[in-house]
Design a protein around this ligand. Structure first.
Ligand code: Z5A
Length: 219
């Protein structure tokens, strides 16, 4: 990877079920890249732009107090993504910066496709419309079992005194389909997916991710 991309930056996404440690690891990676003098940007989905953050409030916190239809949900995630790609991700990559994104298009295929039951190929087609040329160079899938993932996010919500969000409240079977869906996606795109064991200690994982980045993303 790398040399054929000229001066374009690297695009790294973190994916996986709840509580796998995506945000923790994305931030650790940012610190290490930053310490190496690499310009790097952290962003997240849904969100990352003013429009995206407004969509996030609709999707996660139900600010319109209206039932969001499943197809509207797909399109809102896609709209947030299109905005992020156009205004943040592509400009950064083009000027040579690296972008680390906490969830991206694969989340729609996993949650709305495998989780909600929408046609997988249709989700992939909607994603490609939204992301244009912004295919990740590397997707780090932090796999974690449901009990441990939920234990972690429940603790986090308790500490912040915040309620579980709309998607976290989905049934266990939904989250199990999401987890399996991610593993299917990793089989479909082995060239960019790397599966990491999110059950392990955060420091060990951070070292493993750093080694992977050295091997696969540095020229
Ligand atoms: N969604 C969707 O349906 N379709 C889409 O297209 C997109 C998203 C883009 C976004 O939620 C929701 O939107 C998400 C999918 C859906 N829904 N759900 N449910 P979010 O942005 O609010 O949160 P998240 O992306 O789901 O993050 P998360 O899963 O809640 O957490 P995480 O980023 O994987 O983990 P963390 O925040 O780094 O860590 C969680 C806690 O565990 C925290 O207290 C850590 O200190 C602890 N932690 C982290 N790593 C470890 C290890 N290794 N050991 C022990 N404890 C750890």
């Amino acid at each position: 990877m790398g040399s054929e991309r000229g001066n374009r930056g690297r695009f790294i996404t973190f994916e996986g079920p709840e509580g796998g440690g995506k945000t923790t690891q994305a931030k650790r990676l940012i610190e290490r890249l930053d310490a190496e003098g690499i310009e790097v940007l952290y962003t997240r989905e849904p969100g990352g732009t003013p429009t995206g953050e407004a969509i996030r409030d609709i999707l996660q916190h139900n600010i319109t107090q209206e039932d969001i239809s499943p197809s509207a949900e797909v399109l809102l995630f896609a709209a947030s993504r299109a905005q992020l790609v156009t205004h943040v991700i592509l400009p950064a990559l083009e000027r040579g910066a690296w972008v680390v994104c906490d969830r991206f298009a694969d989340s729609t295929t996993a949650y709305q496709g495998y989780g909600r039951g929408f046609d997988i190929e249709q989700m992939i087609a909607i994603n490609s419309f939204a992301i244009a040329a912004a295919t990740p160079d590397l997707t780090l899938l932090l796999d974690v079992d449901l009990e441990e993932g939920f234990r972690r996010i429940t603790e986090r919500h308790k500490a912040k005194d915040s309620p579980l969000d709309r998607i976290e409240l989905e049934a266990r079977s939904f989250h199990e389909r999401v987890r399996q869906g991610y593993l299917e996606l990793a089989k479909r795109w082995p060239e960019r997916f790397r599966i990491l064991d999110g059950m392990r200690d955060a420091d060990i994982l951070a070292d493993e991710i750093w080694e992977l980045i050295q091997r696969e993303c540095r020229d």
